[in-house]
Design a protein around this ligand. Structure first.
Ligand code: IPT
Length: 952
């Protein structure tokens, strides 16, 4: 190629494409072109194959590729990850000469009964710019990777074999508009098809199904480009003419909680289109975002499309799994960050009930590094491309009741093209508000939106007391708008912490209508080590010269869709009912906006040290939305051992997304605290301790190292945070990862053994005086640790605890305390006091980049066992427990879980506390009440040797 084709130099969005229209299901004849195509990848656009589009071109020497798919995940080229930075020079509209160019060819047979006349060739997603030829004829080109592109092919189709050729460039001017925080992955990643367009058939339809909450009436208007007949059997509409309007008395409205859909058909020109109609009205009124007249509360997530093997070429199962998992975890809203999803995903949102902020495929974040000079948002030459993207978003998805807001895009700075995009959405669809976070004045949007504000800022905004912005009129406008957090709770690595405190603000201030966790799923790519062990790759693992590491792994799901502890925590925080258990009664608050609690069944159980002694059903009359009811609860007398009442709300009947009995919410009440420790005493044997360091070496028959004071944890992504002043670098500066232990005193007396040490890092006068007092209690040992800080400690510390090592044979843990999953001070809403069992291996949470994980909070006792015995540990007050086959230092040094090699020990931490997690990997740090400081502290543990035969 001598002169570059227009799609590599032009700011225009495409040529020769059909006007965008609704994505509908129809019975028109269709040829699905998914499957195996011939494929060749040229390293540069000017290396592309001359004449490849000719029907007679010989592609026998070419490889093959699966469509939909990305070529980088099928052995051609490599994935690359950058967050904000463009992986090419910011030199718009130019892109590098090294522009990987994929050439696709395939033949398809036109069925014998294929109707004459119009037909469209439809691409649901091609990343990034592509030109299409059918039977050697160039049809046109398009950009807009996550948007449908259709071209007319009717006149070019031939009886028998047809040859389709598509040339896709990884980079194009449009790449400047697609700087989303994700892997750069190219190709035909969504389906391709040819669809017949019978003469007189409906090309485009816009369903307007409004609900009047004051009368319960629905109004249905179906706009079509040609006259058509509409049938909605359940509404008694049979072959009525479009558009209507048809007034439907007493219609059942659609909401995420009660996603009522009415099946409908639309016929014209011999084609039948099937529609699913949901009646609902979305309005911003009196400063609130309302659906069907009520303020709603978003319990949301940001969802990128992801499959660890297929990238953004997600499957139907992936989409269904996402929706099902969201519903199972009490999530009611999705922001489709940062592009329209596969259209089938929205069908699932309609059906299962999720509110959707549908976001345009638009981000120019990398202009940040050019001080936003040349940002397409403010350059009129880009306006046609931006309006094209907005139109294609609205037109494609306009018939989904789940879509309740349009979003102009993400992180695209500011500029005159954004209000123009907003106007396009408003004009075409007055029935949906418009969102864009980058407009802090909120001049052309209908909700005020921010990402990663602190709790204090949310509180201020909730009180309409946020700082003034420049223009008083605009300031007044914004101050009157509802507020959402389009991103918060950055779910990178261990955490996020602090979600509960956000939820409290959303419940306190009507203006604060909830938010969307960043983000739904880790975008790890499944890989194997040389010796065949699976891991998930992140930025840099493919040798990218410029990358943003594991910032791509910040989801509530692991890449293979296993829920992370963060998701379990979020589920508890956003539970749609709140269960408050007290002596003799339980109060159920229904936090939903529409549904009563009749879908839920309530059970109670009385548990003594985590073992149920009594249980039953609780009769809770249906509580209306936002109502509260209190019912009596049998409260057994306190027992000798610690006992709890646990009340659970479960699904009474199977839902589409979970079986009957699925747990929705839990509440607990502590009935009895259990006895104080009675220490009977005994003689402490000197030879249990190392004579020099004074550390325990043996417990019963079990070799032991330690315990001794531990301040360190393998920094989490939040500890390493990019926002504010991250704590982990400071911890290292202080030397908390390399403390030394100097014996100050060893003293034996009638009460036992006292060891005093000074624990301190090199090069500083900071230290902790640790006093370990050991005494015997029969076979057991009791250790009280007292810590007194010395020197000017000012910063929070990672942990204050004891670390000890046991033999590697320890493999099982049973405990009474918080569980079953991981919990930290500021993410402990999901921890339920009970008795749990786990293998040591299953106590680990496999974050893509190893870091502190797996902590169990509020542990009263734990039994750690191997084949030849074990140890029971008890904590007073409780302890925080981690058990792992490697040290914190090993965790810290590893880049992937496959780097962690089990040692010949099991390392056990019995901690008084750890500092919280926060969300500083991209947001606020740990709230003050969850920060751990070096201060005088005391805690006691009891260590009891267990025989191989003993079982609790
Ligand atoms: C914010 C982005 O909108 C989102 O795409 C993602 O990158 C997230 O951060 C971090 O994972 S932008 C950030 C500068 C607040």
């Amino acid at each position: 190629m001598s002169t570059p084709p227009p799609l590599l130099t032009s700011m225009s969005p495409g040529e020769n494409r059909r006007a965008p229209r609704a994505h509908v299901r129809s019975d028109a004849p269709r040829i699905q072109l998914d499957g195996s195509w011939r494929f060749s990848l040229a390293p540069r656009a000017d290396d592309a194959t001359d004449g490849f589009e000719a029907p007679g071109f010989d592609d026998d020497g070419w490889g093959t590729i699966e469509v939909p798919g990305h070529w980088q995940l099928q052995g051609h080229g490599r994935p690359a990850y950058t967050n904000v930075r463009y992986p090419f020079p910011v030199d718009p509209p130019f892109v590098p000469d090294e522009n990987p160019t994929g050439e696709y060819r395939r033949t398809f047979e036109l069925p014998g009964d294929w109707p004459d006349g119009d037909a469209v060739l439809r691409f649901l997603g091609v990343d990034s710019a592509f030109t299409v030829w059918l039977n050697g004829v160039e049809l046109g080109w398009s950009t807009g990777s996550r948007l449908t592109a259709e071209l007319d092919v009717g006149p070019h189709l031939r009886a028998g074999a047809n040859v389709l050729a598509v040339r896709v460039h990884q980079w194009s001017p449009a790449s400047y508009l697609e700087d989303q925080d994700m892997w750069w992955l190219s190709g035909l990643f969504r389906s391709v098809s040819v669809i017949s367009r019978p003469a007189g058939s409906v090309d485009d339809v816009f369903v307007h199904a409004d609900y009047d909450h004051t009368t319960g009436t629905g109004t249905l208007r179906v706009d079509t480009d040609v006259p058509a007949l509409l049938t909605v059997p359940e509404l008694g509409l049979e072959g009525v003419a479009t558009p209507g309007p048809y007034v439907v008395p007493a219609v059942e409205p659609w909401s995420a909680e009660q996603p009522r859909l009415y099946d409908a058909t639309l016929t014209a020109g011999g084609e039948t289109i099937t529609l699913r109609i949901g009646f609902r009205t979305v309005v911003v009124a009196d400063g609130l975002l309302t659906v069907n007249g009520r303020r709603i509360l978003f319990r949301g997530v940001n969802r990128h499309e992801w499959n660890p093997d297929r990238g953004r070429a997600v499957t139907a199962q992936d989409m269904l799994a996402d929706v099902t998992l969201m519903k199972q975890h009490n999530i009611n809203a999705v922001r489709t960050s940062h592009y329209p999803p596969h259209p089938d995903f929205l069908d699932l949102c309609d059906e299962y009930g999720l509110y959707v902020i549908d976001e345009c495929d638009y981000e120019t974040h990398g202009f940040l590094f050019a001080d936003w000079m040349g940002n397409p948002s403010d350059d009129l030459r880009w306006r046609p491309a931006l309006l094209d993207r907005m139109r294609r978003t609205v037109e494609r998805d306009k018939n989904h009741p789940s879509v309740i807001m349009w979003s102009l895009g993400n992180e695209a700075g500011s500029g005159q093209n954004l209000p123009a995009m907003s106007a396009v959405a408003h004009e075409r669809d007055p029935g949906r508000p418009v969102h864009y976070e980058g407009d802090w004045e909120s001049s052309y949007v209908d909700v005020y939106s921010r990402m990663y504000p602190t709790h204090d800022e949310v509180d201020e905004i909730g009180r309409h007391a946020e700082p003034l912005t420049a223009d008083p009129e605009l300031d007044a406008h914004r101050r009157g708008l509802p507020f959402v957090l389009c991103e918060y709770g950055h779910a990178m690595g261990t955490g996020p912490g602090g979600l509960l405190e956000y939820q409290e603000l959303f419940e306190r201030y009507p203006r604060c209508q909830g938010g969307f966790i960043w983000e739904w799923i880790d975008h790890g790519i499944r890989q194997r080590t040389a010796d065949g062990r699976e891991f998930f790759a992140y930025g840099g693992d493919f040798g990218e010269p410029l990358h943003d590491g594991n910032f791509v792994a910040d989801g509530l799901l692991f890449p293979d869709r296993r829920p992370s502890p963060g998701l379990v925590e979020y589920k508890a925080v956003i539970a749609p009912v709140r269960i408050t258990v007290e002596r003799g009664r339980v109060t159920v608050a229904n936090l939903q906006d529409f549904a009563d609690t009749s879908a839920l069944r309530f059970t109670w159980s009385h548990e003594v040290e985590g073992v149920a002694t009594q249980s039953g059903e609780l009769v809770v009359p249906p509580v209306p939305a936002h109502g509260t009811t209190t019912v009596p609860l049998p409260t057994p007398a306190a027992t000798a051992a610690e006992s709890w009442l646990t009340v659970r709300a479960v699904l009474g009947q199977a839902a589409a997304w979970a079986p009957a009995g699925h747990e929705v919410a839990v509440g607990q009440y502590q009935v009895g605290t259990g006895p104080a420790w009675s220490v009977t005493g005994g003689t402490l044997s000197r030879d249990l301790f190392d004579p020099h360091a004074g550390l325990l070496t043996r417990l019963g028959g079990l070799p032991v190292d330690g315990p001794r004071l531990d301040l360190w944890r393998a920094p989490t992504d939040n500890d390493l945070g990019m926002a504010g002043t991250p704590v982990a670098p400071r911890w290292r500066e202080l030397g908390l990862d390399r403390v030394t232990h100097r014996v100050v005193e060893q003293r034996w007396d009638a009460d036992g053994f006292t060891l005093r040490t000074r624990v301190a890092p090199a090069a500083t006068d900071l230290g902790l005086l640790a006093t370990y007092r050991w005494s015997a209690d029969g076979d057991a040992l009791v250790l009280t640790v007292e810590v007194v800080p010395e020197g000017p400690w000012t910063d929070p510390i990672p942990r204050l605890g004891l670390r000890m090592a046991l033999p590697a044979e320890i493999s099982e843990v049973e405990w009474f305390g918080g569980g079953p999953g991981e919990a930290y001070a500021d993410s402990a809403r999901s921890a339920v006091v009970g008795r749990y069992r786990s293998s040591v291996d299953d106590l680990q949470t496999p974050y893509l980049r190893p870091q502190e994980n797996g902590n169990r909070a509020g542990v009263r006792w734990a039994e750690l066992r191997g084949s030849s015995g074990g140890v029971r540990v008890e904590g007073r007050p409780t302890v925080e427990l981690t058990v792992r086959r490697w040290t914190s230092e090993d965790l810290d040094a590893a880049a992937h879980p496959t780097d962690l090699v089990p040692r010949d020990r099991v390392y056990v931490n019995l901690d008084l506390a750890q500092t919280g997690l926060g969300s500083a990997s991209c947001g606020p740090g740990v709230l003050p009440q969850y920060e751990l400081y070096a201060s005088p502290a005391t805690w006691t543990v009891r260590l009891v040797p267990l025989d191989a035969s003993e079982r609790s």
